[in-house]
Each structure stands twice: as structure tokens, then as C-alpha cells.
Design a binder for this molecule. Sequence first.
Ligand code: NAP
Length: 260
Amino acid sequence: MPTETVLITGATKGIGLEFAKVFAGHRYNLVLVARDVTLLEQQAENLKKDYGVQVNTFAGDLSSHTTVESLHQHLKSEEINIDILINNAGAGGLGSMTDLDIKKELECLQLNMISLTYLTKLIADEMVKRKQGKILNVASTAAFQPTPGMSMYGASKSYVLTFSEAIAEELKGTGVQVSVLCPPSTKTPLTEGLAATGTKIFIKNLMEPEAVAKCGFEGLMKNKTVIIPGFKNKIMAKSVGLLPRKWVTIYTRKMIEQKV
Ligand SMILES: NC(=O)c1ccc[n+]([C@@H]2O[C@H](COP(=O)([O-])OP(=O)(O)OC[C@H]3O[C@@H](n4cnc5c(N)ncnc54)[C@H](OP(=O)(O)O)[C@@H]3O)[C@@H](O)[C@H]2O)c1
């Protein structure tokens, strides 16, 4: 039986589910978190059957930070130590800030930033005490520049990027490694939903979620701080800093608004 455990938020679909498969394939026990309890139990059964690892589940809505406390309590009562934390759950709306439903967006900001930060803090404290552990936060290529047309989502992912880079530095020498994964548009239920708008970046040239999760796993194991899947995306992320910010913002708006 495996001895190390990975906690994955948003593990029932898309990139999170692929992370669960990659880690189970490398003989890690799993703790999976998502809201839909039926799908959560179904995916847990499939993973147990397919990989022979232990799978623990916690159903809860991470857009409330009190859920992070309940999840932490759940881990304590089940006596589970987390060796690797994957903060994957994330969401955000497409559209202009004034058109979007602000209540929904605030929940997304809470999920993408506040709950991610809180869970990172609670688990990192325990990892530091044990002098070992790894944390992978999922940002996006949207993190590297302003993203008109998904301004709040992009800004929340910029937070995930810089927060992760900062704590990676703070935790140097403690035995705890922090990485941040910046996927490009990826074929998942999230983008399948957004594809209905005809938006090109959610329809054409999408990366497969398996490839994104594999790249994230390999980067984490190599102790890379910032992990960007795909050569072209790495170049784009690097070149953004060399160009005038205003041009980059105007170009990004064009890209986000382009229809097929
Ligand atoms: N797909 C892309 O193009 C892309 C690109 C760059 C970055 N990313 C990032 O990658 C991560 C995964 O994206 P994805 O496309 O795989 O998403 P997805 O297909 O929408 O899957 C999201 C997962 O998170 C869970 N989840 C959503 N909201 C939650 C909440 N409030 N509390 C707990 N669990 C929640 C969902 O299950 P329930 O609905 O049952 O809760 C599901 O398991 C996100 O952080 C996203 O921002 C995605």
C-alpha cells in the first residue's frame, strides 16, 4: 500500500481528475475534494478500483472559507497527514466586469484566492513541522497580464502566481517545496461550457488535461517553482514582461474577444 497522501481540490473533473489519476498511478493515496457528492464518490470508487490506492473524500464548497476549516478538521479526525497539496479548484466568469453577476464572481474570487491561501497556510504549517511536503497551486497563463473580458479571473490567477512564488522563497530551507502551475486553455468541462459563447481561445488549440496534469506532476517532482505547460506558452509568458503593458492589455482583449 502507498504511504504518502496527496490532497487534490476540484478532483472530480478536468485537470483535477487527471491529477488524481497521475498521482494514483505513482502510488499515492488520495484525498479528493469537490461539491457534487455523487460524482465525488463515483470518481473515488473508479480510482480505488483502477489503481488500488486508498481514496478519502470530502464534499464541500470551497467558495466559503469555513469549508477550509471543516476540511482541515476532517483530515484531523481521520488522522491523515498531507504530503502533497494540489490547490486545483478554481473558476471565473467570461465577460465584461459590468455585465457579470458580481455575487458569482465574488464566490470565484473567494475560491481562487482566499480558500486557496487559507488551505495552503493550514497545510504548510503542518508540513513545516514535519520538515517535508510539497504544494502545487494552479494558476493560469492568464496570470501573466491583465485579461480584459475576464478581468477578475485573470487578476485572481495573478494573485495565485505571485503568492506562490513569494511563499516558495519564504519556505526555502524548511523542506517544503511550493510550485505554481500555469496552464493554457485546456479541454475541460470549464472550457466546454465557455465554448458555447463561440470564443476562439476556448475552442481552438486547447491542451489536453492529461498533458497538463503530467507536466504539473513532473515540474513539482523536479522542484520547479513556475511550471508552464507547452513551449509556445513559456515563450509567451516570458515575452509579456518585455513589451509595453498597454499593448499587451489591448492584444489580450482582442484574443479573449475573438470568435471562431
Ligand atoms: N481549463 C482551462 O482552460 C484552464 C486554464 C488555466 C487554468 N485553469 C485552472 O485549472 C483549474 C481546474 O480547471 P478545470 O478546467 O479542470 O475546471 P473544471 O473542469 O470546471 O473542474 C473544476 C473542479 O473543481 C470543483 N469545484 C469547482 N468549484 C468548486 C468549489 N466552489 N468548491 C469545491 N470544488 C469546486 C469541480 O467539482 P464540483 O463542481 O462538484 O465542485 C471540479 O471537480 C482551475 O483552477 C482553473 O482556473 C484551467
